[in-house]
Ligand binder design. Structure first.
Ligand code: IPE
Ligand code: MG
Length: 197
């Protein structure tokens, strides 16, 4: 299935969209993928089928967002914690990612036409090399609307990486260790960076 589900909205979808549009609209909405396995269990289907249908629901949701004029959507798709699942499940999820990033590549022209910017955020070197290559080709730079896919993320990892990169920037002379903002804090001590994970 396509990343942004094709076809017309149903009457009920249009009705709901019009009600939502009457109120204030968020500029940025984030979704955390969850419940795929519970869904599979409830529907008596294979776990992988649950993950695949989770993606289909995401595609439907992205179409709603596009229709509502929400400019930025962030999808928390796969956390670093998810690598602790069984090899069979992680392999299945990586296969799904292969399939979906390849599809994203096929849809590039259409996405470009709609001005969609695609960003994949996370610790990419943790992913299989062929998926990293697919991602490198699938990212798109545009200005109209943004789709951020967080793939291999956790907040702790992101924060420690950001601090490590800032420390590197200071070491290289690219960043001032004491910014104007911090200088305005009067007696605030200079930042100290701990490079250990
Ligand atoms: C979300 O659904 C999918 C991923 C994290 C990849 P889960 O796999 O967490 O499904 P539940 O929450 O266990 O039902
Ligand atoms: Mg879960």
């Amino acid at each position: 299935m396509s990343w942004i589900r094709e076809g017309e909205l149903s009457i009920i979808e249009r009705f709901c969209a019009n009600i939502i549009k009457a109120g204030p609209m968020p500029k940025h909405v984030a979704f955390i993928m969850d419940g795929n396995r519970r869904y599979a269990q409830k529907c008596h289907v294979e776990r992988q089928q649950g993950h695949s249908q989770g993606f289909d629901k995401l595609a439907q949701t992205l179409r709603w967002c596009l229709n509502l004029g929400i400019r930025e959507v962030t999808v928390y798709a796969f956390s670093i914690e998810n690598f602790k699942r069984s090899k069979e499940e992680v392999d299945g999820l990586m296969d799904l990612a292969r399939q979906k990033f390849s599809r994203l590549l096929e849809e590039q022209e259409n996405l470009k036409k709609h001005g969609v910017c695609i960003r994949v955020l996370g610790d990419l070197p943790l992913l299989p090399v062929d998926i990293q290559e697919l991602i490198a080709q699938a990212v798109l730079f545009n200005k109209l609307c943004f789709l951020n896919v967080c793939f291999a993320y956790t907040s702790r990892h992101e924060i420690s990486n950001a601090v490590r990169e800032m420390a590197w920037g200071v070491e290289q002379g690219l960043l001032e260790p004491r910014s104007e903002l911090m200088a305005g804090c009067g007696s605030a001590p200079p930042p100290s960076f701990n490079l250990q994970p």
